[in-house]
Design a protein around this ligand. Sequence first.
Ligand code: DQA
Length: 139
Amino acid sequence: MKNLIIINGPNLNLLGKREPNIYGSLTFTEFLEKIKGKYITASIDYFQSNIEGEIIDKLQEVGFSYDGIILNAAAYTHTSVGIGDAIKAIDTPVVEVHISNTFGREEFRHQSYVSPNARGVILGFGLQSYELAIQSFLE
Ligand code: DQA
């Protein structure tokens, strides 16, 4: 059994209602139920926060014991030196995910403080990006 956690950053609590043309119409709770039933060889925890420091606290809390972290830091991806430093500081590998293809969007979304220290980056596949990240830890 692999202990994984999905950490979502700001505004991702609004999935399902937020810009559905970009982010889809499924809520994260519905999606999470589906993947928990599908990937039975993983224990998948979930944490979401709109607060940068809480995301850093969670990375520190799980980052020395979990097998993998799937991180969508959302807007903080593009701004947070603190989240980038936290990823550097912990032992657990982080896979960066994004629902949208950030490289096809505004220029400011092309910068990531997460990518340089992530094991890999998966973006642009909608919610399937999270599934591909889970699979990367299970294979
Ligand atoms: C996002 C992309 C970010 O640029 C944006 O700020 C988000 C969501 C994505 O999953 O596509 O909130 O991380």
